[in-house]
Design a protein around this ligand. Structure first.
Ligand code: GDP
Ligand code: MG
Length: 305
């Protein structure tokens, strides 16, 4: 199992890994000595993989100190120390294990259009179902008929039930109906899709608040999670989106999708650090089982394999 999960990370992050290892090989070829110049260039490499200026500077400062204190002399020990510091930097958040999720649980999936919400719901439904949970999905994105159809297809794939109404119907009403159905059926986990139209903050706030009010009547804090989906390929832009969502809702976790589609997987570090919200899951491809619990060890090992 553990080997399998690492393999998923390694495959999903291969673009980032290839990019980094090419640059590191080059760096170590040019700078055989461990000196300030090498560390400066290493800093630049990490920044270009989207690890964020602030985070990278902290990590490199730490590395510089370790190089001095422990008199590191070779490339291999630089690399292993860097990995250690990176893991520590990411570990700062608590580790998350969804096998202990409180049930009944409602999970609201929010995020702008195209980031991968619907796809992620299919993957999450499959994941929880495989863990033996009874799952129900709510088609809360009612703005386009295609969105409902797409969710329906994912639910068929995952083998879970879906509650949907027609295009244009009130999202909060769909969520209300889904909650009633979940209670009647003894559902463990109800996962709700939402529309991601981010025309303006006020609009978003109104729509989400209507849904939150319905949810809050039935579920307390312990039985409710709001996950924000961010597309890793959008880099810094994703962080800006997240800040807007944070202003209108309490976000419990981030799901970072499409890591397989970018060479800049380092974005996960500023995402956690700047938003101060833990990354709970990562999307590593388009198949049902391409969603993994975020694991800092696997992540760092996979990008510096
Ligand atoms: N490569 C890759 N593509 C993804 C991933 N997650 C979602 N996608 C793709 O992103 C596109 C938008 O996804 P969708 O779920 O419709 O986004 P939504 O508008 O937020 O609901 C689709 O083509 C998905 O197949 C992922 O982890 N990796
Ligand atoms: Mg969608």
């Amino acid at each position: 199992m553990a080997v399998n999960i690492f393999k998923k990370f390694a495959e999903g992050l291969s673009k980032t890994k290839n990019d980094l290892s090419g640059k590191l090989d080059n760096l170590f070829k040019i700078h055989s000595k461990i000196d300030d110049e090498l560390l400066d260039e290493l800093e630049e490499i990490l920044i270009t993989s989207d690890m964020g200026v602030e985070s990278t500077m902290e990590i490199i400062d730490k590395l510089r100190k370790t190089v001095k204190d422990e008199k590191l002399k070779d490339h291999q020990s630089i690399l292993s120390t860097l990995k250690k510091h990176l893991k520590e930097a990411i570990m700062a958040g608590e580790s998350f294990d969804d096998s202990t999720l409180q049930t009944p649980m409602i999970i609201l999936i929010v995020g702008v259009n195209g980031v991968g919400k619907t796809t992620t719901i299919g993957k999450l439904a499959h994941r929880y179902q495989s863990m033996g949970k009874k799952v129900l999905v709510a088609a809360g994105d009612t703005f386009r008929a295609a969105a409902i159809d797409q969710l329906q297809i994912w639910c068929e794939r995952a083998g879970v039930d879906i509650i949907a109404n027609k295009e244009g119907s009130d999202p909060a009403a769909v969520i209300f109906d889904s909650i009633q159905a979940a209670k009647a059926r003894g559902t463990d986990i109800l996962i709700c899709d939402t529309a991601g139209r981010l025309h303006n903050k006020k609009n978003l706030m109104n729509e989400l608040n209507k849904i939150f009010r319905v949810v809050e009547k039935e579920y307390d804090e312990k039985h409710k999670q709001v996950y924000l989906v961010l597309d890793a390929t959008t880099g810094q832009n994703g962080i800006i989106q997240a800040k807007t969502f944070k202003e209108v809702a309490k976000i419990d976790g981030i799901i970072l999708t499409k890591l397989d589609g970018t060479a800049k997987g380092g974005i996960i570090i500023p995402v956690q650090k700047e938003l101060n919200v833990p990354v709970k899951y990562v999307g590593l491809g388009e198949k049902l089982d391409d969603l993994q619990l975020f694991d800092p060890n696997n992540f760092v090992d996979a990008i510096f394999e």
